[in-house]
Design a protein. Structure first.
Length: 92
């Protein structure tokens, strides 16, 4: 788990990425997930898998979360919060 206390979805996002575990990363998202990445939108687990392959684990991404702070994010349904919250934490 990350050294900074974060919501479980964010911890899974970061830990799976850092382990290079694509299956665990994709499994952290619901079938109807919406992933937003700098203006690009990916809907559903298959698209999350594609994004992961090209922009995350496939690009050898690694996260070192050293702090967290609350930032406003737009309201999204619970099934979509993993990436929205990740974007909020990772954009700071």
């Amino acid at each position: 788990m990350t050294a900074v206390d974060v919501p479980a979805a964010i911890g899974t996002f970061i830990d799976a990425t850092n382990r290079g575990d694509s299956e665990a990363f994709v499994a952290a998202f619901t079938e109807d997930a919406h992933l937003y990445d700098y203006g690009r939108e990916f809907q559903g687990r298959d698209r999350v898998r594609d994004w992961n392959r090209t922009d995350n684990i496939g690009a050898q991404a690694h996260f070192d979360l050293v702090t967290r702070r609350r930032v406003p994010i737009r309201t999204v349904p619970a099934s979509q919060t993993a990436r929205a919250v990740a974007a909020a934490f990772l954009s700071s």
